[in-house]
Design a protein around this ligand. Structure first.
Ligand SMILES: [Zn+2]
Length: 100
């Protein structure tokens, strides 16, 4: 389960482990004030599922394409678009399964 960093104006930074599909917290669990989710070290790069090969040049080419797709996945996630992330990463999984 990824750990997200949040910032509360009253309480400062705190961390919260959440399912990747869970919505971002909107309220501080301590004071009930509004919180902002920070871009977290834990979520910046998501290497998910199959598709990473590093041995020969063809495989490197594939790995590069996979990385590009995953960057699109992560962009959606960093935008806070979790539904978009899940959808996009499923699409990437399908592309990888089809050999890109
Ligand atoms: Zn607070």
């Amino acid at each position: 389960m990824p750990v997200y960093d949040y910032r509360c104006d009253n309480c400062g930074r705190f961390e919260c482990a959440q399912r990747i599909t869970a919505p971002a917290l909107e309220q501080c669990p301590t004071c009930g004030g509004p919180v902002e989710r920070l871009v977290s070290r834990g979520v910046g790069v998501v290497f998910k599922g199959a598709g990473f090969y590093t041995t020969d040049s063809r495989a490197k080419d594939v790995a590069r394409k996979v990385n590009r797709e995953r960057q699109e996945d992560n962009k959606a996630l960093l935008d806070g678009d979790v539904a978009g992330f899940v959808e996009q990463s499923d699409r990437t999984d399908r592309k990888i399964a089809e050999g890109l």
